[in-house]
Write a protein that binds this ligand. Sequence first.
Ligand code: EPZ
Length: 418
Amino acid sequence: MEKYIINGGNKLYGSVKIQSAKNAVLPILAAAVLTDGKVKILNVPPISDVKNMVKILSCLGCEAVYEGQNILIDSSKADCFEIPSALAHELRSSVFLLGSVISRFHMAKIAYPGGCDIGLRPVDLHLTGLKRLGVQITEKNGYILCKCDKLCGNEIMLDCPSVGATENIMLAAVKAEGVTVIRNAAREPEIEDLQKFLNCIGAKVSGAGSGTVRIEGVNELHGCQYQPIPDRIEAGTFLIGAAMCGGEVSVENVCPENISSLIHKLRENGCKIHINGDKIVLENHRRLASVKSIETQPYPGFPTDLQAQATALCCICNGHSIITENLFETRFKYVPELRKMGADVTVIDRNAFVRGVEKFKGATVVAHDLRGGAALVLAALAAEGRSEVLDISHIDRGYGSFEYKLRNLGADIVRVTV
Ligand code: EPZ
């Protein structure tokens, strides 16, 4: 196991280049299974979710190899429709492969997916959508078994704008016969990026980002070279870290419009934020004012993946805040760890009630999931004294070179094997 040792209190200065988006790269890797053409995905983040997804592609018989920061995929020799349970359990995005594998083999077998323990995370919307395309599905002994004679386009209405279900149905529909329309589709930027990638390999997809996605089935796909969008959650994490520690930080290679909800809140806190093209500069040299409330919503609302980091910020602001988590049932597991650092925060159902304190105190805390773990690191960086953050494998799932990027900004953080 590995941990971070952090001596808090340093202000952060300098610039940080944002990685390609984890939640864009993962469905794009799944989409690469659809085509026999060679696919090259550029500047892929060195994170364990991507490494595990590459392992799954190899298990399917795809050739998936790293070439520096890029990944080369050739699925022309793919010959297996079963996703190994050990790998499927490692990450949520293994479920996206259902759509691609069914499209290629008209068969698929996958164990229920893993991912952060932040709620029930059902896959009913994925399966209902695939059934609408003609897939017969049985669930037995923890496996999802799928088969179909052929995939036929259809109208699909999602009960909630699920990111994964939208992506899975898009993938299954690309080579279906006829047209598929997904209504109440997720609007996240990563959905638009998946559409762009699919069209890059010859698919006919439109409407992503609008809430209604239209996929016209095609017979042939080809290869392409693709640069995924920047990671809006990594960018938001660094901006919140700069707000908490104080200083002046420029996050570069970002799409500011993709985190406008966070920028609005940070300005409400009193941060000075300057936007210039793909750069966002945040400056702060004082204790910030609290924001009255933060409510997570599907895009373009406040992202659930920044909820933990924003709560950590609220804990050292001047005043009271209420943070409401509307997407996942148990996404406050990091709160007891923040309380060890002196936070005054109480969770009741889906609400965290925060009374701001002057400073966090250094402590030993445990990461329970990816974004909660990142929030604990930010709290430790802003704290007085020494902290240890344990079980940082959760953080490695989504943040590449995290401690290097933070050290380059002046943070006192080291990774230690225990
Ligand atoms: C994606 O997860 C992201 N993961 C999550 O990021 C992100 O938090 C989430 O979207 C919401 O934005 C990836 O893209 C790999 P959902 P996903 O389906 O697809 C309910 C991170 O930290 N739902 O949009 O699993 C579900 O219970 C991770 O990077 C159903 O009811 O999220 C939840 O309440 C964490 N039935 C809501 O929808 C279903 O079949 C949103 O889930 C599917 C989902």
